[in-house]
Design a protein around this ligand. Structure first.
Ligand code: ADP
Length: 719
């Protein structure tokens, strides 16, 4: 009998065996329908083997599905990713099948004019429809709305044969890119980098690179040329470009469309299911060359993947921490290795992990030294708040106010950067000192003035701002403490009432469309002063922006996180790098109470190498990443006692291991989230220790009760 092992997209620890149906030849990667309990589910065949005798306990596969099989590289990648992250392989497989959840997109129906035909009765409504439509083809509903007529008017014109319905195939928007459509004339550094990457892409095989250059040095243009070379050598080449945030995709898609004369496919959680299905099917059929997407695009079924680019590779947003825990950058390198492809990690401020790989020669290191053209890096100055403290209840010091005024006078733009959403991070009672917290989560409630609510940024819980202190009952004693972006904007408005201001944070810019509108308004010079969280610090190009003010440069440096210094250095480099991108020189002013901090000194000096050397030395001394490895086990549950007991059981069953230590259990940094208690055990191991093997052996010794959730975070990003 033939037995097939089938991976079912569910969070179960392993794949199940089924009997293959008579007369159906199955192969690894095939999609099949299998019974599981009372249900029939989609699954992926991972292995087919012949066994002698029969095993009556095995259920039979119901059918092989018509959907295309997962290509070998995709399935290998799914299995590898599950092993690396200690995740259920079925759940990883579900990532690769995401595109199949939606219906097939239907062709879009539009109406257009039939030749020169005119209506028998030319009523004003009918004439309005024809005037709006002109030569175009439009959806009937849009046309009626634009002409301000009822849909019956449009229908009447169709019935009469003046308008006709045409179908636009859903495939529209997946045209082949032309590598020679509009190439840039590269400068010497760019050309050299593109040549090396292009050579790697065309010879094939696994080639990892760090593409290292300051913001505006032309990294994007360089990797687009590498993509063009891949396409010139093989018109069927597939290229994947990953971005840390959905908000950045539109600008890159526009650029790719200009460069290649055709729009790339887009892939992230904001794409509607029918469109996803279309992209998934086009990718697996090799009809889609370039995909721009978020980390989940790594699981697309590429069949001829030649190049993966991870842009802003240092960005913590590549790490997914809900559900499946994985780092998109690390998995991108793995996918490239499995596919025999080139992977380019691009950044102005590479992660220490990637720098260590480049320094050790494991990655090729391509540097772009200068900004493209005339643009120069901004002048960075530290404003010592001990010398010029802002007035009480204000956040902008005198020198920063002056600089904003000068920038306004020059008709240029200012970006005020503060990585804090809302109006004030803490609300407390003047009478009794009570701090407003969320009822079920360990975090302060943040005041939002736009909405008049207090919000928990972790869980989204919100409540109206109360009139009475919930602790002591006093009336009107709650005060906002500290600044968020909304409060800084309030100050800016009172200082510069004539200036046009806006706030850019995930609250004011809830979706990609809003982000696009605000970015466009900024690019068009319709905003003088933009107050922004990190949402606007990344990637965008604002040619008229010449001043960046960092409201609180010390913000990220507090707290004991492993990456606090690295992250602050990266974020502030990105934020200050927004200034002076075109022909105007820029400057950045950083407000700080600790101007002697080494991170800030390195920033002001523009000396990344000094920062990296100092930070590497500290990490090496402590054997922390990238010189050692970490893994976190998080236990959580509503029943605190069960969580504690499981944590103790784990602590009592640690396998013997050398060059490896386990710390904890201790309260996780967020000890209570949505009513769930959280405990953490932390593992540190030397680089060459088989960390995953250790974790597997350890977890096999302890039974985690159903009421407790165990999350394994290999190579945690923040903790
Ligand atoms: P990075 O990705 O390093 O931030 P970009 O590739 O976005 O840099 O380049 C910065 C700016 O310079 C962009 O506006 C880009 O269009 C322009 N640019 C880069 N290289 C060239 C080039 N070779 N010719 C013309 N413009 C270029």
């Amino acid at each position: 009998m033939i037995v097939a092992t089938v991976l079912i997209p569910l969070p179960v620890p392993e794949a199940f065996d089924y009997e293959a149906p008579e007369g159906v030849v199955l192969a690894r990667g095939d999609q099949v329908a299998v019974p599981l309990g009372p249900r029939t589910l989609r699954g992926i065949v991972t292995e087919v083997r012949e066994t002698t005798g029969s095993n009556r306990r095995l259920k039979a596969i119901e059918a092989r599905l018509d959907d295309p099989p997962l290509p070998p590289g995709t399935l290998d990648f799914v299995e590898w990713a599950a092993r690396w992250t200690l995740s259920p392989p079925g759940e990883m497989a579900a990532m690769a099948l995401k595109g199949l959840r939606g219906p097939r997109p239907r062709p879009e129906r539009r109406v257009r004019r039939v030749g020169e035909r005119t209506p028998a009765r030319p009523t004003p409504a009918r004439l309005a429809v024809l005037a709006v439509l002109g030569e175009r083809a439009m959806a009937a509903a849009d046309l009626a709305r634009a002409a301000a007529v009822s849909s019956g008017v449009v229908k009447g014109l169709i019935d009469e044969g003046v308008l006709e319905i045409i179908e636009i195939p859903a495939e529209a928007g997946l045209d082949a890119p032309d590598p020679d459509h509009a190439p840039a004339r590269l400068n010497a550094d760019q050309a050299a980098a593109a040549a090396v990457m292009g050579e790697a892409v065309t010879t094939g095989g696994f080639h990892p690179f760090l593409l290292d250059g300051v913001t505006g040095s032309g990294k994007t243009e360089a990797y687009l040329e590498a993509a063009a070379r891949a396409l010139r050598a093989d018109p069927g080449a597939q290229i994947l470009i990953l971005l840390p945030e959905i908000a950045l995709t539109q600008a890159l898609i526009a650029r790719l469309t200009d460069r290649f004369g055709a729009a790339p496919a887009e892939w992230h959680s904001g794409i509607a299911p029918p469109r996803r299905r279309l992209v998934w099917e086009a990718v697996v059929a090799g009809r889609c060359n370039i995909v721009v997407g978020a980390r989940s695009a790594l699981f697309l079924p590429f069949t001829n993947l030649k190049l993966i680019v991870v842009d802003e590779e240092h960005d913590g947003s590549f790490k997914q921490e809900d559900g499946l825990v994985y780092h998109g950058r690390d998995l991108a390198v793995a996918r490239a290795r499995i596919e025999g492809a080139t992977v380019v990690l691009a950044s102005a401020t590479p992660s220490l992990e990637t720098l260590a790989n480049a320094q050790a020669g494991r990655y090729g290191w391509l540097r772009l030294e200068a900004r493209h053209g005339a643009a120069v890096l901004p002048d960075i100055t530290l404003l010592d708040l001990r010398q010029t403290p802002p007035d009480p209840q204000t956040w902008l010091s005198e020198p920063l106010r002056t600089a904003i005024a000068e920038t306004l006078m020059a008709g240029e733009q200012t970006l005020l950067f503060l990585n804090r959403r809302g109006y004030a991070p803490v609300v407390l009672c003047r009478a009794c000192g009570h701090r407003m917290t969320a009822p079920d989560t360990d975090s302060w409630l943040v005041e939002h003035r736009y909405t008049g609510r207090l919000v928990c940024h972790l869980t989204g819980f919100s409540m109206p701002r109360p009139k009475h202190c919930p602790a002591c009952g006093a009336e009107d004693t709650l005060v906002a403490v500290g600044p968020g972006v909304e409060r800084v904007e309030e100050e800016v408005k009172s200082l510069f009432p004539q200036a046009r201001t806006a706030v850019f944070s995930s609250d004011t810019v809830p979706d990609a469309r809003a982000a696009r509108a605000l970015i466009q308004a900024m690019a068009d010079g319709e905003i003088d002063i933009l107050v922004a969280t990190q949402a606007a610090a990344k990637g965008h190009n604002f040619p008229r922006l010449t001043l960046v003010g960092v409201v609180d440069a010390d913000l990220g440096l507090r707290g004991g996180d492993l990456r606090a210094a690295e992250r602050t250095f990266q974020l502030l480099t990105q934020a200050t790098g927004r200034a002076g991108r075109a022909d105007r020189p820029g400057r950045a002013l950083l407000q700080t109470w600790t101007p002697e901090h080494p991170v800030l000194i390195a920033l002001a000096a523009g000396d990344r190498d000094a920062f990296v050397a100092a930070e590497m030395a500290e990490r090496e001394a402590a054997s922390l990443p990238p010189f050692g490895r970490l893994a976190a086990l998080i236990l959580s549950g509503e029943n605190g006692e069960a969580v504690e007991k499981t944590a103790q059981a784990l602590a009592a069953s640690i396998p013997n291991a050398e060059r490896l230590e386990v710390y904890g259990p201790a309260d996780a940094p967020l000890a209570l989230v949505r009513g769930r208690r959280r405990k953490r055990l932390l593992v540190r191991a030397d680089r060459d220790v088989d960390l995953q093997g250790f974790l597997r052996a350890w977890l096999a010794r302890v039974k985690v009760p159903g009421s407790v959730r165990l999350t394994v975070d290999v190579d945690p990003y923040s903790f």
